[in-house]
Design a protein around this ligand. Structure first.
Ligand SMILES: CC(C)(COP(=O)(O)OP(=O)(O)OC[C@H]1O[C@@H](n2cnc3c(N)ncnc32)[C@H](O)[C@@H]1OP(=O)(O)O)[C@@H](O)C(=O)NCCC(=O)NCCS
Length: 179
C-alpha cells in the first residue's frame, strides 16, 4: 500500500516523469510542451517556501503520484482559497492512490485554515470528476472552450470544497452565499 510523505528534491525526477506523461498523453493539464527538472524544482521550492504542501505517494521506494496546492489567484481577497492538483502515474491508477492524495490535500487545507480548496478540471476528465464528486466536492457549470489541446476546444469545471473557517466575516450562510 502506498504511503504519503512530504516531497523532497530527490522526488523531482519522478514528479517530472508523471507530469510529462500527463502532458503528452492527456487533456488533464493544458500544457503541450514538457516541463524540465529545473521548472519542477522551482515550482516545488516556491510551494514549500510559502508553506504549501507538495506530497508524494510512495510504494516500495517508488513515487507513484503526487499532489499539491497553492494560491488560486494573487489578490489578497483570495488568500483563503487554494487550488490543488493530483497526479497518479498511469501504471498505478485506479488503486486508490488519487483518493489518498486528495484526502491529504483536504486535511492539509483544513488544518492550514483555508476556506476553499478548488480544482480546475477539464470537463472531459471523467476520472478526476468522479474522484472529486466521491470526495464530496461541489462543482460549477462547465465553462465552454476555455482552452485548446490536441486540436480541439476544452471545457473547464471548477470543483470545490468549503471549510468552516472562522476567519471570514459574517455568518456561515452569508459567507457561503457567494457560491
Ligand atoms: C484523476 C486521477 C488523479 C485519479 O487517481 P486514481 O489513483 O486513479 O484514482 P483512485 O483509484 O483513487 O479512484 C478514486 C475514485 O475516483 C473515481 N475514478 C478514478 N478513476 C476513474 C476512471 N478512470 N473512471 C471513472 N472513475 C474513476 C472512482 O470513483 C474511484 O473510486 P472507485 O475506484 O472506488 O470506483 C488519475 O486518473 C490521474 O492522475 N489522471 C491524470 C491526471 C489528472 O487527471 N489529474 C487530475 C487533474 S484535475
Amino acid at each position: 500500500m502506498a504511503e504519503l510523505r512530504d516531497a523532497t528534491a530527490r522526488d523531482l525526477p519522478a514528479i517530472l516523469a508523471i507530469t510529462n506523461d500527463a502532458i503528452a498523453t492527456s487533456e488533464a493539464i493544458w500544457a503541450t510542451s514538457p516541463r524540465t527538472l529545473e521548472e519542477r524544482r522551482a515550482w516545488m521550492e516556491t510551494r514549500q517556501d510559502a508553506g504549501h504542501p507538495v506530497v508524494v505517494a510512495v510504494e516500495d521506494g517508488t513515487v507513484l503520484g503526487f499532489a499539491s496546492y497553492g494560491p488560486f489567484r494573487a489578490y489578497e481577497g483570495y488568500a483563503l482559497t487554494v487550488e490543488h492538483s493530483v497526479y497518479v502515474a498511469s501504471s498505478a491508477q485506479r488503486r486508490g492512490i488519487g483518493r489518498l492524495l486528495l484526502d491529504e490535500m483536504i486535511a492539509r487545507a483544513e488544518k492550514a485554515g483555508m476556506h476553499v480548496l478548488i480544482g480546475a478540471i477539464t470537463a472531459s476528465n471523467v476520472a478526476s470528476i468522479a474522484l472529486h464528486r466521491n470526495a464530496g466536492f461541489s462543482e460549477s457549470s462547465p465553462l465552454p472552450h476555455m482552452g485548446r489541446k490536441f486540436g480541439r476546444w476544452l471545457d473547464l469545471v471548477f470543483m470545490y470544497r468549503l471549510f468552516d473557517t472562522q476567519s471570514g466575516e459574517g455568518s456561515s450562510d452569508e459567507r457561503h452565499s457567494s457560491f
